[in-house]
Design a protein around this ligand. Sequence first.
Ligand code: GLU
Length: 384
Amino acid sequence: MAALTSTSPLAGFQRLTIKIGSALLVDARTGKLRAEWLNSLAADIAALKAEGTEVLIVSSGAISLGRRILGLTARNLPLDQIQAAASVGQIALSQAWRDALAEHDVITGQILLTPNITEERRHFINARSTIGTLLALGAVPIINENDSVATSEIRYGDNDRLSARVAAMISSDCLILLSDVDGLYDAPPDTNANANHLPLVKAITPEIEAMAGGAASHLSRGGMTTKIEAGKIATQSGTSMIIAKGTEPHPISAIANGARHTLFTARQSPAAARKRWILGTLDVAGKIHIDAGAAQALARGKSLLPIGVTKVSGDFSRGDAVSIVAPDGTEVARGLAGMNREEADLAKGKQSKVISTMFGELSRTELVHADNLVLLAAGTQTDE
Ligand code: GLU
């Protein structure tokens, strides 16, 4: 793949989420995996990684692959058979990814998600941490919906929105939706020869939504409407989004080399969006009072460890927002608690190794991980 020169639309992105639709991975006629195409994509991914970009994959294809393996040919299958197909197909899908990326010495990890994981902070905080650890270890997470257990009421149903939730959850700065269309048009391109392609969308306005309504892509589960929904989730969370045609080999280097696509620009950086989310939208469930040493450590970007905690108040669970208060009573930071109130109370003032003996070797020893912490510029006086 060509190096990501400053003129590449992908230059500058550090954490890329790439969503691959079933229509690209699975041949619609034979139901078989498009192995050669997948190998070309794997080469692009390896090249991105070699340049220092972190890559996450959201891959569809489990249901299509499973249908063929099980011989389920009927057009409309009942939900239980779709779920069985997903169960069988997911194994084939993960194997295909593992084999394709192993050719380039890239390690893969599988993550299957359900909506409660990206929507509920208690699960979210775990999933974010596991995916972050995989990336830090140099692996590529391969993500899909856990279709074999999800019920119709609690499904994302399409991987466009799932990929946007994942990108937002993991503070990815760009989401690429590879599909069978090369972007957004102002009219359906299949039926309107005068349809104009939009290279850049700076804001998803009602007009943009109306354009998407008329341009459904027939091959993927999510048409253009779900892609625009994904764009809204992504751009509000600091993730730019690219819709590009992925049908030809080497689809990522094609974008880097100027292939046509639509870029939806993020409204702010992922860090700013996350800060705003932690500070602005979450109710504070408890307070953690810290000593001067801990306040200095936080100012240096460290996690909050129980050793520096003097008092805990309120009633919070792991994942809830907590306010962090310095000895002089000012609120110096806010963050997501890594322990619940009872654990925090037991752990406060104790060394991490003592906590490991109390809660077990595998327990987390940070009360608020640096990744889940927002420092307040000038302390805010609290009422306690
Ligand atoms: N999760 C589904 C699968 O793996 C795909 C959903 C979609 O096509 O968006 O088959």
